[in-house]
Design a protein around this ligand. Sequence first.
Ligand SMILES: Cc1ncc(COP(=O)(O)O)c(C=O)c1O
Length: 427
Amino acid sequence: MLNRRRFLAWSAAAAPLALQSRSLLNDTQLDVHLAQEALEQGDWSRVRALFPLDKNTVFLNNGTMGVSPYPVLEASIDSLKKSATKAHYPGHDGQLESLLAETIGANKDEIAITKNVSEGINHIAWGIALKKGDEIILSSHEHVGGCAAWLHRARLDGLSIKVIDLKPTADQTLEAIESAISSRTRVIALPHIPCTIGQVLPVKDICDLARSRGIVSVLDGAHPLGMIPFNLHEIGCDYYAGCLHKWALGPLGTGYLYIRKERLAQTRCTHVAAYSLDAFNMNAQPPALGELVDSAARFSYGSFSGALMDGAIAALEFYRSMGPERIAQRSLSLAADLQEKLMNSDISLEMLTPTETRSRAAQISFRLPNKKSLAFVQAARKQNIILRHVGENDIDCVRVSTHYYNNENDTQALLVALRDFANDPQG
Ligand SMILES: Cc1ncc(COP(=O)(O)O)c(C=O)c1O
C-alpha cells in the first residue's frame, strides 16, 4: 500500500530538476487515491495522469521497458537526495525481497535481488551441476538474455541443447516439450511469456512434467510480473528469473531471482561478497571465509543502488495498490480487443499470438505478408507510435504491448498507421 510518505522538499535549486515542473509528492499522493477511486468505478482514464509519459507518445512497447509512474520516480529521486544530503548509505534491508515474495507466491529467503533477468539466468545456468553430454531444452523463441548463458555453458562444458517450437495451444506446446525429453535431459529452461509473440506457456504443467521426470525446471520470467498475477509455489518451478523494469514499471536495472528452497544447497554460488557471506578474515592462517548466508540472498552481493531499490519497492507498492487482478484484466482486454480488430480487419496479416485465451496475455505479434515488419515499426515511430520489431531467431514480426496506462485511442492510432502502411505501395 502506498503508505510511506515520501517527503521531498523541493528547494529552489532542485526545482528545475522536477519532472516537467510538476510538484511531485503531494499531487501524487492525492492522485493515487483519486486513481484508486476511479478504478473502483472502472474509469482508467484518470490513471494515465499518474504517468509522466509524454502525452503525444503512443507507447506500445512496455515489453521492452516499462515507463514508471510518478510515485516510482519520487521514491528514486528521494533516495538519491537522501544519500546526497544526509550521506545515507542505502543498506539492503530485505524489504524488496519481502514484497516480492508476497507478490509472487514465494518465501522471502527464496528471493535474491539482481539487476536484470540475464543476471538471474546466468546464476542459474552456471549454478546447476551439469556434465558433458547433459541436455538442456530451450525454445526457438528465446531472448538473448534467456538463452545466451545456456549456450555459453554448453560451449564451454560440452552440453547439448535441444530446441522446441511453440505451438498454437498450451496442450500442443506441452506435447512438444514432452516428446523432446530424452534420457539425457537435465534441464528444461523456457520463458514463462516469450518476448517474441507474447504466448503464455503452460508453466505449471511444464514444471509438473519436469519434476515427474527428475528434470530441473527454469523459467525466464522477464514479462509476467506486473502483467499477470502468478504464484511460484503453485507453478512449482525450481528457478525463476524476473525483473521489475518491464510490466511492474520499476526503474531500469531491477531484477530478482527465485530459487526454490530445496534447490539452494544444490546451486553453486559463483559470485560472493558483502551480504552473501557471514564473515571473512584475511589475518587467519590460511585466510578464512565464513559461511554463505542460508538464503537465496547469497546471490545478491555488494553495494546496491538505493535509488533503484526504493524505486522498485515503490513500483511494487503501486502495483499492489492498483490491484494486480484489475490491471491484468485491463491490459489483457486491450490486447484481446486489438487482436480481434487486427484479425477482422481488411489488412492482410499473419497473426502469430495464439487466440486461445489461456495462451494469450498483453502482447500481440503479427507479420505483414510481402511487407517488412521492421519498416512498419520504423514508419510508426515517425508518428510517435513505439512498437517492437522482433528480429530474434528470424521470427521477424511486429510486437504490440498493451499495459493499463494505454487506452483504445492508442490501439486505434496503431490500426490507422498500419492501414496506411499496408496501403502504401512504397511501404
Ligand atoms: C523473455 C526475455 N528474457 C530475458 C530478457 C532480458 O532481460 P534483461 O534485460 O532484464 O536482462 C528479456 C528482455 O526483453 C526478455 O524479453
